[in-house]
Write a protein that binds this ligand. Structure first.
Ligand SMILES: *Cc1c(COP(=O)(O)O)cnc(C)c1O
Length: 499
């Protein structure tokens, strides 16, 4: 399988090369050159497998320059019992007759990004060796919170790599910040940027495409790569769990193989839901992909109207991992639905960069809205959803997952479609304790307590155990204190690399 750039400016490359590079040299994103299709027998065979076996089958379809043994080694190193606190890795919780919670937060950082970021470092190291590369890989990450910690955990002490994570100083929760500044490992750095996530992401993109810096790196035997969700090696592991959820539903007799389901994804950078789109395109029986946003509802407007307009106020919400106005992975969807029309995609992306907006043609808009349904949830609705779900089912969800569930409700009201639906449950409720506690405890119960104290209060009230990675986080030593302005990101990288 060859990979091509959404901007059309390069010759196709192997999957190893695409994973090593992260972003295409012409500024585009790598996508498979051909469609990958499965048949009924493939799906039938997956049903009796466990998560790791399912992952090996699906990854092999996309990464065919890796041997099956190599893929198995990567998968078996990533999804282990010492890193995931549930033996099913991505278990399905049946909320009611129609709603299935796909719990993606059982990894070392308690959010869904572990699903990809535990695997990516293994794929990357194998890809680099396969290509005969001797350079040391420097991973640069811009994070709205969860990616950063997940990438740090994935790459810590992986030979031949080092990692620098930038996060918006005011854009992450107390718990997320503590998770990052206490990170151990001899090859890890974290830097707080004075700005929002888009500033941080744009800063990292500029460093990647700074030819002068890339050249100087080369002379020192260093090479940048990305662990952001623009890396194909991040996207492909996410396809696996949608198949796995479907197979679990079939194995439990909740559906018959072939029945169509819906998938709802609380969305920010459009990576997670794009993986669901690829699963559908491969032949997983999916009726509709429901794209759930918070008050930063740029995707809702886009899917409804065909106009992407980022010229709006950036809002800080209680679902901070979705506080994004430029959803990078949307570029891949545009490339796919226009049948790989890189000239069109390039013109839209240039328009976005130059004018802050673009409008797709009517045919593209129709195609997108036949596959996706979109809406958003405000702050009050998010808290209400957490409370209602807890009251009705005694099941505790985090703020992002609540956005997904509330938008799913809106979907049902608007369409009457009662197909069984998988909701991507993207974080442990304990990761966003402040807001979750506000939803399920009285004001008295929470006033005057910080997020760390609330962990205990919440665990007691709900009869749950605090996940091990979050327990006693506030007592760990702070190991990272770097802070920089948006304009100082490049010099900070140079300093950390010892230039
Ligand atoms: C990253 C993240 C999201 C958004 O996922 P995208 O792939 O960026 O759309 C949603 N919820 C949580 C908890 C996240 O960490």
């Amino acid at each position: 399988m060859q990979y091509e750039s959404t901007r059309g400016g390069i010759d196709p490359v192997s999957s190893a090369e695409a994973i090593k590079l992260g972003i295409a040299p012409d500024g585009g994103l790598f996508v498979p050159a051909k469609k990958v299709k499965i048949n009924d027998i493939f799906l039938q065979n997956l049903i009796s497998m466990d998560y790791r076996e399912r992952a090996i089958e699906i990854l092999s379809l996309f990464l065919d320059d890796f041997s099956r043994e190599e893929i198995a080694e990567c998968v078996n190193s990533a999804y282990t019992a010492d890193k995931f606190d549930n033996s099913e890795i991505a278990p399905l919780y049946i909320l009611n007759n129609n709603v299935y919670m796909l719990e993606l937060f059982h990894g070392p950082t308690c959010a869904f990004k572990d699903m990809a970021l535990q695997l990516l470092p293994h794929l990357l190291v194998k890809a680099v060796r396969k290509l005969g590369e001797k350079d040391k890989i420097v991973i640069l990450v811009a994070t709205s919170g969860d990616t950063g910690k997940a990438a740090l955990e994935g790459f810590k002490d992986v030979d031949g790599t080092s990692i620098i994570v930038f996060y918006p100083d005011e854009g992450v929760s107390q718990v997320q910040k503590m998770q990052m500044v206490t990170q151990e490992g001899k090859n890890v750095h974290t830097v707080a940027v004075r700005g929002n996530f888009d500033d941080t992401q744009n800063g990292v993109k500029e460093i990647f495409t700074d030819n002068e810096l890339v050249h100087r790196m080369q002379s020192k035997g260093l090479k940048f790569s990305s662990a952001n969700s623009i890396n194909w090696g991040r996207l492909v592991p996410q396809i696996v769990y949608y198949f796995s959820a479907y197979c679990d539903m079939a194995a439990k007799g909740e559906i018959k193989p072939g029945d169509e389901i819906n998938i709802t994804v609380p969305t920010g950078n459009f990576g997670n839901i794009l993986a669901a789109y690829y699963a559908k395109e491969m032949g997983l029986p999916v009726r509709r992909l429901i794209c759930a946003s918070n008050d930063n509802n740029v995707l809702t407007d886009f899917i409804k109207t065909g106009t992407y307009n980022r010229k709006r106020e950036f809002k800080k919400t209680i679902s901070p991992s979705m506080d994004i106005l430029i959803s990078s992975n949307l570029e891949r969807l545009l490339y796919e639905v226009t049948n790989h029309n890189s000239a069109l995609v390039r013109s839209w992306m240039e328009s976005l960069k130059n004018t802050g907006e673009y409008t797709v043609d009517e045919e593209t808009r129709k195609k997108i809205s036949s596959i996706f349904w979109a809406d958003y949830t405000d702050e009050n609705e998010t808290l209400n959803t957490i409370q209602c779900i807890y009251d009705e089912y005694h099941y505790l969800i985090d703020t992002h997952t609540a956005v997904g569930l509330d938008v799913y409700d809106k979907y049902v009201i608007s369409t009457n479609d009662m197909s069984k639906t998988v909701i991507a449950s993207t974080a442990s409720p304990f990761k966003f304790t402040g807001s979750v506690a506000l939803a399920v405890l009285s004001e008295d119960g929470i006033s005057g307590r910080n997020e760390f104290e609330l962990l205990d209060v919440l665990a007691n009230k709900c009869g749950l155990k605090i996940p091990a990675p979050l327990k006693d986080l506030d007592k760990k030593p702070v190991l990272h204190r770097n802070v920089c302005l948006r304009t100082e990101m490049k010099v900070t990288v140079e300093r950390l690399l010892g230039f």
